[in-house]
Design a protein around this ligand. Structure first.
Ligand SMILES: Nc1ncnc2c1ncn2[C@@H]1O[C@H](COP(=O)(O)OP(=O)(O)OP(=O)(O)O)[C@@H](O)[C@H]1O
Length: 276
């Protein structure tokens, strides 16, 4: 469904991605995780063609470099990390925008498009916000509306960049369950997340983007979310315990006074903040 081959990218002279390759099959729910600033959002933007990358990306067998915006938008929906629209659209209008690639000619949205937007809002649980202005919503409410818009877009591939970042605990679990049900219906999802427990609980497969912008892990979640990997990525702040369904990543200490110093933990994981 998604084939990423040897994708590299640099912001000016600063390399971010180096030879990233992977493929996703239909129905797969795949996590992308790794430390801050390793290039996960950049990879999404390269897949979408928002950034001029090296390498090849195809979706459903079609080379994205040869697809116009409208055809690409019928194949992939994207929920960005943050989004501020320039105008105070109503939530129902925001969600209806997901139908844009399906609109025919000059006639605007059909009754069918409006129904698809209603169904998406119901499924994500934001129907009660339909007549609110998007700009007045909380961060978590906006994330849910963007997911409803992606659902209304009705694409076989979903790219979700930290979709649970602003959600309360219940909504985080509901979002993951919703995405699982979408992949069970045959859609494919690549989701960037920072919570390794969410990866273990909900995903089939995990990709890990390490420093140097290379994929350092790609496999079934329980083979990837290992104690040694978590310590390499994040330093000596957590441990992986339990097996199979009961695997949990938990903190080694509950307060820095009990032995873990944030600066030295980051340094030992090789990612002092601001020292790229
Ligand atoms: N427009 C830009 N111009 C220059 N550098 C950028 C730009 N956008 C991102 N970067 C840099 O590229 C690197 C990768 O950024 P990116 O946002 O892709 O990381 P990320 O893995 O998604 O991070 P996070 O987990 O914190 O969201 C970072 O060092 C970042 O500072």
């Amino acid at each position: 469904m998604l084939d990423v081959r040897d994708v590299s990218f640099a912001y000016g002279s600063t390399p971010v991605l180096d030879g990233v390759s992977f493929g996703l099959v239909p129905g797969e729910l795949c996590a992308l995780f790794g430390p801050n600033g390793t290039g996960k959002s950049t990879l999404f933007k390269c897949i979408l063609g928002h950034l001029a990358r090296r390498g090849d990306v195809s979706i459903a067998g079609q080379d994205t470099a040869r697809l116009g915006t409208s055809r690409l938008a019928r194949l992939v929906a994207y929920v960005p990390q943050e989004h501020r629209p320039p105008f105070p659209y109503l939530v129902r209008e925001m969600v209806l925008m997901g139908r844009t690639p399906h609109l025919g000619g000059v006639f605007g949205p059909s009754r069918q498009d409006e129904e698809a937007a209603e169904v998406a809002m119901e499924r994500i649980g934001v129907a009660d916000l339909a007549d609110r202005s998007y700009t007045t919503l909380s961060g978590g409410q906006r994330q849910l509306v963007l997911l409803a818009r992606a659902l209304a877009q009705d694409t076989p591939l979903l790219l979700l960049d930290e979709p649970t970042a602003s959600l309360d605990f219940g909504n985080q679990l509901l979002l993951w369950q919703t995405v699982r049900s979408l992949t069970a219906e045959g859609r494919t999802a690549l989701i960037c997340t920072h919570d390794p427990n969410h990866v273990v609980w909900f995903c089939d497969r995990a990709l890990v983007l390490g420093r140097e912008g290379r994929l350092i892990e790609d496999g079934p979640v329980r083979a990837v979310v290992r104690d040694d990997l978590v310590r390499t990525l994040y330093g000596p702040v957590s441990e992986v315990v339990g097996y199979g369904e009961d695997t949990v990543v938990r903190p080694l200490a509950r307060a820095s006074s009990s032995g873990v110093d944030p600066s030295s933990a980051r340094a030992s994981a090789g990612h002092a903040l601001g020292a790229e």
